[in-house]
Design a protein around this ligand. Structure first.
Ligand code: SF4
Length: 339
């Protein structure tokens, strides 16, 4: 197979397990050549579970009246940054639902405070915000932004994200890139209505965006959403997607997601072996971490943040890799600058 450009037919075959041996070996070889044994750690602070959107697959959707909502005060968020620093985690991901409670200036203040106190890269993952906000935050020091598309199937996207348009989402991702952010996006694997063909098209379209960060996680039904009665995505198919994405995007940063680990930690290890080079433990304070329930069980499995991070480092070593203390800047961008 030509690894530079797998055809859609080849991707569809690989998704169905036609050649797992080749797929996983090739992805692992490519990852090893570029990243060696390093796995980057990004600490995630989920600072608000309020959301104005109503995505069918997400437990934070505004129609979920069963969820107790919270917002962290700036002081609590700074404590999380302190924890990251003490654990030698060099990236802090500030994540929330689409919550306009925090003004442009408040978010900027947080970015500046973290950057002035710690040698830490700030990533934002706070939704489809206005262009002037995105530019302002970049100008004050945010360096990365995550905005997942979830599915490139226009009909499915617009069914699952009522009132939203796929073209707007992709446009926003491109704008983030244009501003100079290391930009990330991703897809969900196993959404109701997806097929192997549509997943293979998602992989191609996601790869065509040339992003610095790419993620894919399995669909996990949340009982308080319209998709609560559907079966979950398949973790094996998800790690095949990870491996194909690695082959098509050799130097992109790709996480082995926490959604994968909700099928068992062995799946997070499998994600790393299949080509992922990033893990993103939650640093959200214990008192609210269970309330960030995009899907059931997210952030469960630990009572104490230090234990969680130690557990993640152990898992990385068990998978045969080394937890890296570097900032993990995008090698894809470095490659482009040097070419
Ligand atoms: S996926 Fe994001 S935008 Fe949609 S409901 Fe969940 S937090 Fe809100």
């Amino acid at each position: 197979m030509n690894v530079q450009k797998l055809s859609q037919k080849e991707i569809t075959d690989l998704l169905q397990g036609k050649d797992d041996k080749w797929l996983f070996e090739e992805a692992s070889k490519i990852k090893g050549n570029i990243f060696g044994k390093d796995v980057y750690i990004r600490g995630v602070v989920e600072f608000s579970n309020f959301c104005k959107e109503d995505c069918f697959y997400c437990g934070l959707r505004r129609s979920n009246g069963c969820l107790v909502r919270y917002r962290l005060a700036p002081l609590d968020i700074m404590r999380c940054a302190e924890v990251a620093d003490s654990l030698k985690i060099k990236t802090l991901v500030l994540q929330s639902g689409e919550d306009y409670f925090y003004s442009k200036e408040q978010i900027a203040g947080l970015i500046q405070r973290v950057k002035s106190r710690y040698d830490i890269v700030v990533t934002l993952s706070i939704g489809e915000r206005r262009n002037d906000e995105l530019k302002f935050w970049f100008d004050v020091g945010a360096e990365r932004y995550l905005l997942k598309v979830e599915t490139f199937d226009e009909k499915l996207y617009e069914q699952l994200r009522p009132g939203k348009r796929l073209s707007d989402r992709i446009g926003k991702v491109m704008y983030l890139k244009e501003l100079g952010y290391e930009t990330g996006s991703g897809i969900i694997v196993g959404l109701p209505g997806q097929t192997v063909d549509s997943i293979s098209r998602d992989i191609i379209k996601l790869s065509e965006l040339n992003l610095e960060m790419i993620a894919c996680g399995p669909f996990i039904p949340h009982p308080e959403t319209p998709l609560g009665g559907y079966p979950p995505g398949d973790p094996l198919t998800t790690i095949r997607v990870v491996a194909i994405l690695r082959i098509l995007n050799p130097s992109a940063n790709i996480p082995s997601t926490s959604a994968l680990s909700s099928f068992g930690e062995e799946w997070r290890r499998a994600g790393l072996k299949a080509g992922a080079n990033v893990v993103m433990p939650s640093l959200t304070p214990e008192k609210v971490k269970d309330l960030y329930s995009i899907y059931p069980g997210k952030n469960s499995g630990y009572d104490e943040i230090f234990d969680a991070v130690e557990g993640i480092k152990r898992l990385i070593r068990e998978a045969g890799f080394i937890p890296s203390e570097s900032k993990g800047y995008s090698k894809r961008r470095l490659d482009e600058k040097c070419s």
